[in-house]
Design a protein around this ligand. Sequence first.
Ligand code: FAD
Length: 430
Amino acid sequence: KTTLFWFRRDLRLEDNTGLFYALQQEESVLPLFIFDRNILDLLEDKKDARVEFIHREILDIKAQLEKKGSSMLVRYGKPEEIFPELLEEYDIQSVYTNRDYEPYAKERDKQIEKLLKEKSVSFFAFKDQVIFEPGEILNGSGEFYKVFTPFSKTWLEKFKESQVEPLGEPKWKNLQKIDPLKEITLGEMGFEKSEIEIPSRVADKDIISHYDQTRNFPAKDGTSRLGIHLRFGTISIRKLAKIAFNLNETYLNELIWREFYMMILGYNPQVVDQAFKPAYDQIPWRNNETEFEAWCEGKTGYPIVDAGMRELNITGYMHNRVRMIVASFLTKHLLIDWRWGEAYFAKKLLDFELASNNGGWQWAAGTGTDAQPYFRVFNPESQTEKFDKDLKYIKKWVPELGTSSYPKPIVDHKFARQRAIDTYKKALDQ
Ligand code: FAD
């Protein structure tokens, strides 16, 4: 009898909760990964670096498992179609996995669990991608927190109490002994290699130690760049949170933001396409397509905005400070729907994470959980003055700055600021 361990966004062998317990409790564990067509078919860019990254990681894990005398089942298709096939091919008694809190993933798992139960196969899911999952951090009345600061306080208290530690060495002897199984190439799935480089998965202790001083300056190498590794689980959150707790509170606070937005999405799946504060769905967005295109291409004539968008287009990354500036610019200066910006980021960001991206965009647009009033509009010039004073970051991405080939500002700042405030006010007063 076989037990499957189904990898999803937990692509590592060490400190992987579901895998650990499968090997602890069962005797013939065979790992599985499904390249999910429900997700892949939606990707327009066939050179998507994230697909290439996952593919590389899967082959690497498969090779590591083969060194241990086992292998990995790698399939391409829709989970709801793959599982019935697997049930025919193998004598499966249970399926282990780690929980995922996105609306699609929750629905998928419900469907798979049902399908397995009908064949008397058990389904076990574990907490793995977060320290505390939606529902574990609640206020005094047992409700979810709507603002970050009290959430983070409770989170931290609970973290200290629970002494979260990475798991030890799994019982590898319980892996199923099997000859190497078939691989799938990127090409067979219709994808190609990209030119984008993936940041290292090593948590740089020097960067994390100085994070509170360096994190706001986009020209500095002052943030960890671990976003993609947290997204796909190529680093363990328990290991990282422990490093953060010992080295830098500000960094730990960012990991708490990640869980805050996951919790918000968990309790409010409607935020995927609606404002967290419903009244803000009244805003009559201008949605000018030419302006949106200029924003996407980094041609707004606002150097800090253009630098950010070009960094994103070329590297799949954008510094957090600049994400806030470009998002504010799109939603406030251009009055373009935050959902347009969110979708563009989702396509481009290596570290795209539905909950954080949605949270970040709704924060910038003023439609989200934050208590910040809508009339605070980021001024690109003073942001530059504060965070890129010598224009080092800007010049890296906008080398033609100051020449005639650099575009004129797409809109006047003072005018746009007032227009945003008036538009928001009118919509919210209705
Ligand atoms: P570091 O600064 O080194 O932080 C470490 C980790 O903490 C990050 O990798 C991330 O997992 C988490 N984190 C940091 N800041 C935040 C935050 N504000 N909210 C939630 N988690 C945070 N983050 C994503 O992971 N995916 C997204 O799709 C995403 N979209 C964003 C969109 C907008 C408009 C804004 C303003 C922010 C967005 N963020 C997103 C948050 C933040 O910008 C990135 O997490 C960060 O820039 C990633 O770089 P890093 O790995 O060097 O992070």
